[in-house]
Design a protein around this ligand. Structure first.
Ligand SMILES: *[C@@H]1O[C@H](CO)[C@@H](O)[C@H](O)[C@H]1NC(C)=O
Ligand SMILES: *[C@@H]1O[C@H](CO)[C@@H](O)[C@H](O)[C@H]1NC(C)=O
Ligand SMILES: *[C@@H]1O[C@H](CO)[C@@H](O)[C@H](O)[C@H]1NC(C)=O
Ligand SMILES: *[C@@H]1O[C@H](CO)[C@@H](O)[C@H](O)[C@H]1NC(C)=O
Ligand SMILES: *[C@@H]1O[C@H](CO)[C@@H](O)[C@H](O)[C@H]1NC(C)=O
Ligand SMILES: *[C@@H]1O[C@H](CO)[C@@H](O)[C@H](O)[C@H]1NC(C)=O
Ligand SMILES: *[C@@H]1O[C@H](CO)[C@@H](O)[C@H](O)[C@H]1NC(C)=O
Ligand SMILES: *[C@@H]1O[C@H](CO)[C@@H](O)[C@H](O)[C@H]1NC(C)=O
Length: 755
């Protein structure tokens, strides 16, 4: 299995929508395929410890390989990765027959072929309420900009000498750091980029440098150093900076040009855990699989056992329902939303109606007079002219006209413009399809163009219908800040409910992931610093990784679950205009679109109460999911007997949100434990904003704390009301613990499904 990078606009600001493929055999190797093999620990009773040498482990793993592979050269070729921390097991190239033969061996647990899938700022810190002045000290609760923390990214490599990874003003890495820098020649790491390793050797690539720049972008978003005058084609100009600009970066390269093999992801997580990262950021995703069958979930469990926070992209499968990846409750699952910046290109129709779209290419000397509009599809000459794909306009007279092109048809936005330009067109109006809604992208077009929302595209079509000789002009308005409908959930952001665990609300959170400016390997316009504006849940994930580093910097003793709780219970659900956050369709976003809402970093630094969890708390939950002992062992890396463990329903996990199902007349009670991290002496009272059709009772409804770290339990009973019919099969609400001084509001989102 290989994972996709969850970028949607790469290189030329394209929206890539990757679809999964069936497992494909490794090419040119006969019928050899890479298997991921799980086995017992080396010898009964002998625990795998840091003292047990790699050689011991390797010889134990090698004993599972069939004798035919044991000539030494051959063996080296067959063993792809031998895992040390992350799981007890290895990845090896085997034939199906050889893999079958391993099943007979003592200590064998399971083996399967790795799945195969192809590859999937200037303004965001400000947008998130974080000030840009690194010298300033007016943060209410100092988080030191993530100083002393290490963010590890599992990604496509990094451009080591990009100004975003300059180490000016950076202290050396903390003493615990054990990572490596595997560049060669003159290329080196520094106090910002403290580690860079490659796990893509089997892709023929041994260096952690990068071919596609995705990793430079995500690393820059999480922890990039400030770079003044960052812009693309003069737009979005400002100081580019990561969310935790003083945190260190470690890059673990797993992706080549097209994909990220599963065996390499696991090897990279193995190394990152051993190297001592504090936060792991994975802007890639596979598909929705059972947690024991999902290497990211398995690796992430091992990470939280070592106290490492794991932040992952929710996926770019939206707006379809249940399109999430990376849903495990020990992972932070991050959806993507817009920021309040637009790079405006206004279409002025012949009837003077103005429609605001976007374009990065904003020629200054453009003669913006009215030109005829042509809808090439309506000519009936070529049906594929709708999408302006290569060759589709050759028999249509578009000379000197503004051409209507629709998004989609497997043709990228800039390519559409090239087809228009090649055929003599003067400009392009790029229209969203219904699913794209209000999400628009500023492409680096080759001609005057504007990308319009679906609604504005309809207005153009209505105008075309209303007149014999429709005309339009495109006027460039530059970079504007303050869009009131931001943040808005992007159409591509994957949606819940979770397939693997509907009793846990996912996604957890949304964060900036649309049209984000950050580090790039090359200068898009050959003129300015190498930055690019791209979109995807690949972009939102590292923003949250940066936020996690800020929180951990302020609270070094907090568990990954505590950090997550702080982020979720302080999220907001209102946009800049004071209305409910909407989706790409400009309708109120539901909890399945945005989870708890939009991240609010400053509030998350001081949440008042937290819902904490230790790794072992997930065992009763996993038993409750119905996983058998073998499957659970693959996740938790030790023997578990569900017959003797308590087993709990999913919604009983001490998660900061609730996701429950109620049949008619149902009444369900769950308990939660909160820990006081606010003021030592404080009283909290509970208010429930009950979901429609549900009664919510909380006992006790008041909690008194006398000291910090004190814990308290409460129970909450959800009762489906008989006489009030909800308007839909899902209903949502909130449970809020407020402190007496109004200092804190600790909000838990409630999602109810009526069954
Ligand atoms: C970007 O902003 C900087 C600082 O304000 C300014 O000096 C520079 O000329 C700007 N660049 C562009 C392309 O607007
Ligand atoms: C129609 O468009 C396709 C490209 O989508 C092109 O290959 C084909 O030649 C075009 N046909 C005509 C009649 O223009
Ligand atoms: C344009 O008008 C025709 C005829 O009145 C109608 O069938 C068509 O649906 C209209 N198209 C749009 C986009 O409104
Ligand atoms: C930038 O330079 C490269 C290589 O010289 C060239 O191919 C590309 O077209 C240039 N891009 C722009 C936007 O000028
Ligand atoms: C979105 O919906 C609101 C409320 O219905 C409306 O006031 C607003 O104009 C809409 N925004 C856009 C951009 O259509
Ligand atoms: C445990 O569950 C896995 C996955 O469903 C299955 O393949 C395996 O056979 C089961 N093992 C046992 C011992 O039941
Ligand atoms: C909360 O409940 C758990 C489980 O019943 C119990 O072990 C713990 O002591 C309780 N904590 C408090 C503070 O009451
Ligand atoms: C709610 O009902 C809709 C329409 O019948 C269905 O598509 C959807 O899956 C249901 N949602 C849930 C969470 O069950």
């Amino acid at each position: 299995m290989k994972a996709f990078l969850l970028i949607s606009l790469a290189l030329t600001s394209t929206f890539f929508s990757f679809s999964s493929q069936e497992a494909s055999p490794a090419s040119g190797q006969g019928d050899l395929q890479t298997y991921i093999v799980f086995v017992d620990e080396p010898a009964a009773g002998r625990k795998l410890s840091t003292e047990s040498s790699n050689d011991d482990l390797l010889s134990w793993y090698t004993s599972f390989l069939p004798p035919t592979t044991l000539s030494s050269n051959n063996q080296q070729e067959r063993m792809v990765h031998s895992y040390r921390k992350v799981v007890t097991g290895f990845a090896a190239k085997l034939t199906p027959r050889e893999a079958k033969a391993m099943e007979e061996k003592q200590g064998f647990i399971s083996a399967r072929v790795e799945r195969s899938v192809p590859l999937l700022t200037t303004h965001t810190p400000e947008f998130l309420g974080l000030q840009q002045n690194l010298g300033g000290s007016d943060w209410k609760y100092s988080s030191n900009f993530g100083q002393g923390l290490i963010i590890g990214l599992i990604d496509s490599g990094i451009k080591h000498d990009h100004p975003s990874f300059s180490d000016e003003g950076m202290p050396p890495p903390p003493a615990k750091w054990r990572g490596k820098c595997e560049f060669n020649g003159k290329r080196t790491c520094n106090n910002k980029l403290i580690g860079a390793r490659s796990f893509s050797a089997h892709l023929g690539d041994h260096l952690p440098s990068e071919e596609i720049y995705h990793g430079s972008h995500t690393a820059g978003e999480a922890a990039g150093s400030p770079v003044r005058g960052a812009n693309v084609l003069g737009q979005a100009n400002g100081t580019a900076m990561g969310i935790a600009p003083k945190a260190h970066v470690a890059m673990y390269k797993v992706c080549g040009m097209d994909d990220c093999p599963e065996s390499g992801i696991l090897a990279a997580m193995d190394a990152a855990i051993e190297d001592g990262v504090d936060v792991l950021s994975l802007s890639l995703g596979i598909e929705s699989y059972n947690f024991y069958d999902d290497v990211i979930a398995v690796g992430a469990f091992r990470a939280i056992q070592s106290g490492i926070f794991v932040s992952c992209s929710a996926g770019n499968g939206g707006p379809s329902q249940s399109s999430l990846v990376n849903e495990a409750p020990w992972i932070l699952t991050v959806g993507a939303s817009t920021i309040d910046r637009e790079i405006r290109a206004t279409v002025v129709l012949g009837n003077n109606v103005e429609l605001h779209g976007e374009s990065l290419y904003q020629p200054k000397d453009l003669n913006s007079r009215q030109l005829p509009i042509i809808d090439p599809e309506a000519t009936g000459i070529n049906a594929s002219a709708r999408f302006c794909g290569g060759g589709s306009l050759k028999n249509i007279d578009v000379t000197g006209k503004i051409v209507i092109c629709h998004m989609g048809g497997r043709v990228e936005g800039v390519e559409k413009g090239k087809e228009v330009k090649n055929n003599g067109g003067a400009g392009m109006i790029l229209m969203n399809n219904l699913a794209g809604g209000y999400t628009t992208f500023p492409y680096a077009h080759v001609l005057p163009a504007s990308h319009l929302s679906y609604k504005d595209g309809r207005a153009v079509m209505d105008y075309l219908n209303s007149t014999q000789s429709p005309t339009a002009a495109i006027k460039f308005r530059g970079t504007l800040i303050g869009k009131s409908i931001a943040p808005q959930v992007a159409f591509f952001s994957s949606r819940g409910p979770s397939l693997q665990s509907p009793g846990i609300l996912k996604p957890d959170i949304i964060g900036p992931g649309v049209n984000i400016l950050a580090a790039w390997g090359v200068s898009v316009d050959n003129a300015t610093n190498p930055f690019n504006i791209v979109s995807g849940t690949s972009m939102s994930c590292p923003h949250l990784s940066g936020v996690a580093a800020l929180i951990k910097s302020a609270h070094p003793d907090w568990s990954p679950a505590a950090i997550k709780s702080a982020i979720l219970t302080t999220a907001y659900t209102f946009n800049r205009g004071g209305r409910s956050i909407t989706t790409e369709q400009n309708v109120s976003a539901t909890v399945y679109d945005m989870g708890s809402g939009h991240v609010n970093p400053l509030m998350a630094l001081n949440p008042g109460l937290i819902y904490d969890l230790q790794p072992d708390d997930f065992i009763p939950y996993l038993c409750g999911l119905g996983y058998n002992d073998t499957s659970i062992r693959l996740i938790v890396q030790r023997k578990v007997k569900c017959s003797t463990e308590p087993s709990v329903p999913e919604a009983q996990l001490n998660y900061p949100t609730f996701s429950i199902s109620l049949g008619s007349g149902d009444e369900k009670t769950y308990t939660r434990t909160v820990t006081n991290v606010g003021l030592p002496h404080s009283t909290y009272t509970c208010k429930a904003l009950s979901p429609e059709g549900v009664d919510v009772k909380v006992v006790p409804s008041e909690i008194n704390f006398k000291e910090l770290k004190e814990k308290a339990n409460y129970s909450v009973t959800f009762t489906r009301l008989r006489n009030i019919m909800a308007r839909s099969n899902v209903s949502e609400g909130y449970l809020v613990w407020s402190s007496n001084e109004d200092e804190y509001n600790v909000v838990s989102t409630i999602a109810v499904v009526f069954v």
